[in-house]
Design a protein. Structure first.
Length: 510
């Protein structure tokens, strides 16, 4: 177990880097920051030359790979880090200098346990991308197929393990301080971050995620997921079909190739809604660098390390919330928050509905280019604080992905209206999921499952209350208070006197 002094040393070292980039100023000034945290921030800042404008993204980039991933997570949490910090963290580029190809070859050979020439006819030594966890090389298989090969950076697992250990320790200390820090549930935030990272550090799980997403998106043929080459995939190496398209970030190239940008934007929004609402399993890193335009205005996605999952009950609530905001039914949106347990029951539903109206009404009917997403999120986070709504970690990835998808769609079509693009899909899905046929089917399934559990329930009752044995049942005995006087020799003396008295009484009776 890592000693607290080691955690504190790491935090001070990282805090020093944050301080040199001015990234601790907000923590020091926020009245909700616990006093011990403010003191630690001041110690880390002592003697540092602090810039006038904080550079949060640069600070996390300087700390290292684990901090880059954490910074990307915190970019979804303006309630934790502040609106300015969250906005700046969105520019975090998950890019690092590449590892020498010789080291990558060693990782691949050790992972497969046989010569690479048995699997690949050629591998480009220059990577097409190098991120904090892995880098990607183009290759040709022995059967002539073009593929992308993703390889973990050497030693990255140990580095992340050490950093996350300290993140968990720090989150526990902060949450124990109570108040606003406890409401924001930092331990659950780090726990979610740990799970996401564990998926990214096992490339077989990334391959499985891509395969599952491809099955779920069969109803959306315009959204393409590259096939996984399982024979050339291991825990540290992922091989997948090569995607030959134009990145959605290259607007000029898209126009030159004759792509319909508004159609691409609409298809992207629909693909995201299909994943998040209908399937409950979504690509949670859908930024422009991971999305490509293919002929026929199709969209291909890559990099399936970060995926989100939402159960059906939460998806129904989410869809009702989204549809309520689209149609202006704030009362129903408020009721869902109470039904889901997001808002404590001692608050008033009507008051919460009015607060939602104050945030949602100014946004309805506007194109994205005229919306202030930052102002809307700031208003929503203020509401959650006023109504004691705890952070919902299972929705963090969804919140982040919604913001990213909106940004990509806006870059393609500045006039897209997210509400109008979402309404047909969400409305149809709700009619399917909440209609009378769906309700009857759900009831039948629940009843059948209950009936199927009856035999096990009876067996459990019999184990708890077995049938009587051959001996007759004992007669009821009067309850007698047991008095323990002192301990040691005094307790033994009292017991001896009581026993003697009992023997004497028996002799007198006889």
């Amino acid at each position: 177990m890592t000693q607290p002094v080691v955690h504190l040393w790491r935090l001070l070292k990282w805090g020093r880097i944050l301080a040199r980039h001015g990234a601790l100023r907000g923590i020091e000034r926020d009245l909700n920051t616990p006093a011990p945290v403010r003191r630690l921030a001041r110690i880390a800042r002592f003697g540092a030359r602090v810039p006038a404008v904080p550079r949060y993204a640069d600070a996390f980039q300087a700390i290292g790979p684990a901090a880059i991933k954490l910074g990307q997570t915190l970019a979804t949490r303006p309630d934790l880090v502040g609106e300015d910090a969250a906005h700046d963290l969105l520019r975090l580029q998950d890019a690092l200098p590449p590892v020498p190809f010789e080291a990558i070859e060693r990782v691949m050979a050790a992972s497969f346990g046989r010569p690479l020439s048995d699997l690949f006819a050629a591998i480009d030594a220059v990577p097409i991308g190098a991120a904090s966890i892995a880098q990607v090389h183009r290759a040709t298989t022995t059967d002539g197929r073009q593929v992308a090969v993703k390889v973990l950076r050497p030693g990255v697992e140990a580095e992340f393990t050490k950093a996350i250990d300290t993140y968990e320790w720090a989150a526990a200390q902060v949450e124990a301080m109570g108040g606003e820090a406890a409401r924001l549930r930092p331990r659950l935030v780090i726990a979610s971050f740990k799970r996401w990272t564990a998926r990214e550090l096992d490339l077989r799980r990334e391959g499985a995620s891509a395969s599952e997403l491809a099955e779920g998106m069969e109803a959306e043929p315009d959204f393409v997921v590259p096939a996984i080459d399982w024979q050339r995939t291991s825990g540290k190496v992922l091989t997948l079909e090569w995607v030959d398209g134009i990145k959605l970030s290259n607007r000029d190239a898209l126009i030159a190739a004759g792509h319909d940008l508004p159609a691409l934007a609409t298809k992207l929004v629909r693909a995201f809604l299909r994943q998040a609402i209908a399937e409950g399993f979504f690509h949670a890193d859908m930024h422009q660098g991971n999305l490509f335009a293919l002929p026929g205005d199709r969209i291909a996605a890559i990099d399936f390390g970060i995926m989100g999952r939402i159960d059906r009950r939460a998806r129904v609530w989410l869809a009702e919330i989204l549809y309520g905001l689209i149609t202006g039914n704030y009362r129903r949106v408020a009721e869902i928050h109470f039904e889901a347990g997001y808002v404590p029951p001692h608050h008033d539903v009507a008051e919460f509905a009015t607060a939602l109206r104050a945030v949602g009404e100014p946004m309805r009917g506007l194109p994205v280019k005229d919306m202030s997403v930052g102002a809307m999120l700031d208003g929503l986070f203020t509401i959650t604080r006023d109504f004691d709504m705890q952070t919902q970690p299972h929705l963090l990835l969804l919140q982040k992905t919604m913001v990213v998808v909106e940004g990509v769609a806006t870059a393609l079509d500045p006039d897209i209206n997210m509400w109008e693009s979402s309404e047909p899909f969400v409305g149809e899905w709700l009619r399917t999921e909440l209609g009378p046929e769906a309700a009857l089917a759900d009831r039948l399934i629940d009843d059948l499952r209950t009936v199927a559990r009856l035999p096990a329930l009876i067996r459990n009752i019999e184990r708890r209350y077995p049938s009587p044995g051959g001996a007759p049942p004992a007669p009821p005995l009067r309850e007698i208070e047991v008095v323990r006087v002192g301990g040691g020799w005094r307790y033994g003396l009292v017991a001896l006197i009581a026993a003697g008295a009992g023997v004497a009484a028996t002799l007198l009776i006889h």
